[in-house]
Ligand binder design. Structure first.
Ligand code: PMP
Length: 311
């Protein structure tokens, strides 16, 4: 199915959404982006966008960090996105990529006195990691980027060089994903995922101050664990070595969903299978994102008009 993009203020075929080689963001990584899932529910013939508003709220914070000003409100972003998804008409899971960037054709380092642009494209997108079977991870030799280098709380395109190096290193070593540590050797996150461990029934995940992205899946899982499963969730600094003795480990992300981690650097986590609490959380999360939990319908934007009920 041909895809469309929102580009320079209008909807165009994806292949026509092109930037100049001189574009500032292309040369210097001065863009910020989001990743939003559209989850296809075949039974209901419906596509549910997940927590669109929260993604755009985060995009606006990333824009503020990079001195990007856009002429759109949160309502505008939601409307433009919904309209584009509807026009594309996909009937499978999709990934929506909004991107705000320094668009001037100019050579020179800065984030001031430059034009800003905004685009969205949509691609069909299945599993990113094997969330059914679980994955194997390695501690990366790359340290998570520090707040005094590039703010890790902003999704800055240029910052993802560090994450890409970590991901490829992990794959070249024969693993599925990297776990990045802070300078102090505490857990931070995966290359594109937040990380959680479960020990003695208590869930722990690194805090904002350990270089994480404020993940929307992370926040979702924290809320579901506390409110639906009644579990204790702690946001705390976690030393690397806790991973070796924890009962369960999993990662979360828009692309990764809730993905169990079965092994880290050759050491099995727990008994080496998918842990029971991880399995329960994962099931709940999939029900929520696929529109099977009415109490969380407020997190979903249904994309297509339901077929008119027979008279
Ligand atoms: N950390 C990084 C570095 C990421 O790129 C992502 C993906 N956006 C996440 C964590 C997970 O965030 P979210 O759940 O909002 O997708």
């Amino acid at each position: 199915m041909p895809s469309l993009a929102f580009f320079e203020g209008k909807v165009v075929p994806l292949e026509e959404a092109k930037i100049s080689v001189v574009t500032h963001a292309f040369n210097y990584g001065t863009g910020v982006f989001e990743g939003i899932r559209g989850n296809w529910n075949a039974d209901q013939e419906q596509m549910y966008l997940f927590r669109v508003r929260e993604h755009y709220a985060r995009l606006l914070r990333s824009c503020a960090m990079l001195n990007i000003t856009l002429p759109y409100s949160l309502d505008d972003f939601e409307r433009i996105t919904l309209d584009l998804v509807q026009q594309c008409g996909f009937k499978e899971d999709v990934y929506v990529r909004p991107l705000a960037y320094k668009s001037s054709d100019v050579v020179g380092l800065r984030v001031h006195d430059l034009d800003d642009e905004f685009l969205i494209y949509i691609v069909p997108f299945g599993n990113y990691l094997d969330s059914d079977a679980g994955i194997r991870c390695t501690f990366s030799s790359w340290t998570r980027i520090q707040d005094n280098v590039i703010p890790p709380s902003a999704k800055v395109t240029g910052m993802y060089v560090a994450n890409s190096l970590a991901k490829s290193e992990a794959v070249w070593r024969g693993y599925d994903e990297a776990i990045l540590l802070t300078e102090a050797n505490n857990l931070s996150e995966g290359s594109g995922e937040n990380i959680f461990l479960i020990d003695n029934g208590v869930i722990s995940t690194p805090p904002q101050t350990d270089g994480i992205l404020d993940g929307i899946t992370r926040n979702t899982v924290i809320e579901l664990a506390r409110d639906v499963l009644g579990l204790r969730v702690e946001e705390r600094t976690i030393p690397k070595t806790e991973v070796y003795v924890t009962d369960e480990l999993f990662m979360t992300g828009t692309a990764a969903h809730v993905t169990p981690v079965l092994e880290v650097d050759g050491r099995p986590i727990g008994n080496g299978g998918i842990g029971p609490i991880t399995a329960e959380l994962q099931k709940l999360y999939f029900e929520v994102i696929n529109g099977k939990r009415d109490e969380y319908a407020h997190w979903l934007t249904p994309t297509y008009t339901p077929a008119a009920a027979p008279a």
